[in-house]
Design a binder for this molecule. Structure first.
Ligand SMILES: C[S@@+](CC[C@H](N)C(=O)[O-])C[C@H]1O[C@@H](n2cnc3c(N)ncnc32)[C@H](O)[C@@H]1O
Length: 188
C-alpha cells in the first residue's frame, strides 16, 4: 500500500491541533511513521500510545524510531483501546490516528477488520478530549477494505452532530475504490 499524500494531509490537520505536552494514540502502528510524527508534536512532555496486533509492527516501530522508548507500544487490538489506556487519560486524548489495511512490507493477509475497527472507533470517540481530532485513512481498493470504508462512512453519518463534526478528503480521484481520509473533530 502506497503512502499517499492523504497521509500528509492527515499530519497537517493533526499538527494544527496537537501541541507539546499533549497525549496521542496511533491505533495502527504499522512501521511506526505516524507514531514518530505524533511524538515529534507532543515532545518529551507528551505521551504517545501505539497499538498493533502484529509483533512485526511493534518491532518495525522500534527499529524505525530511535526514541521508541518514549512511545508506549501496546501489542493488542485497538478494539481494546479503552482497557489499555490508563483511566486518568480517558477523555483527555488530543489526537488519534487510524491508518487501516495491512502492514506495508509485511503480511498482506493481516488487515484491519470492519467489526474491530468500528469497535475501536467507538472507544476512540469516548477517549478523545473535548477539542480532540481523529484521522482515519481508509482503503476501499482491497478486499474487505470496501466494506470497512462503507461502514466507517455510515458510522460517521450517525455520529451525534452536536458533539462531532467530520469531513472526508479523497485522493486525486473520487471513485469507489479511491483511498480516503476521514477527519473527525469532537466539538463539545
Ligand atoms: C497501514 S498499516 C499502519 C501504518 C502506520 N500507521 C505507519 O505509520 O506506518 C496498518 C496496521 O494495522 C494493523 N492492524 C490490523 N488490525 C489491527 C487491530 N485490530 N488493532 C491494531 N492494529 C491492527 C496491522 O497489523 C498493520 O500494521
Amino acid at each position: 500500500m502506497q503512502r499517499i499524500s492523504l497521509i500528509n494531509i492527515a499530519h497537517q490537520h493533526i499538527s494544527e491541533s496537537l501541541k507539546s505536552g499533549d497525549i496521542a494514540i496511533d491505533a495502527t502502528l504499522g512501521n511506526g511513521h505516524d507514531a514518530l510524527y505524533l511524538k515529534s508534536l507532543v515532545g518529551a512532555t507528551g505521551l504517545v500510545f501505539g497499538f498493533d496486533i502484529q509483533l512485526a509492527a511493534i518491532a518495525a516501530t522500534q527499529s524505525n524510531n530511535e526514541d521508541a522508548t518514549e512511545l508506549t507500544l501496546i501489542h493488542a487490538s485497538h478494539a481494546l483501546m479503552a482497557e489499555n489506556i490508563p483511566v486518568q487519560h480517558h477523555g483527555h486524548i488530543n489526537a488519534i490516528m487510524f491508518n487501516l489495511g495491512y502492514l506495508p512490507g509485511g503480511d498482506k493477509s493481516i488487515i484491519t477488520q470492519t467489526d474491530t475497527t468500528l469497535c475501536a472507533l467507538n472507544a476512540a470517540t469516548a477517549l478523545l478530549a473535548a477539542d480532540g481530532i481523529m484521522t482515519i485513512m481508509a482503503y476501499p481498493g482491497h478486499a474487505g477494505g470496501d466494506l470497512e470504508t462503507a461502514q466507517i462512512e455510515h458510522w460517521c453519518e450517525h455520529l451525534n452532530n452536536s458533539h462531532f463534526s467530520y469531513q472526508i478528503i479523497y485522493s486525486t480521484v473520487t471513485s469507489a475504490t479511491a483511498p480516503r481520509l476521514f477527519i473527525l473533530r469532537k466539538t463539545l
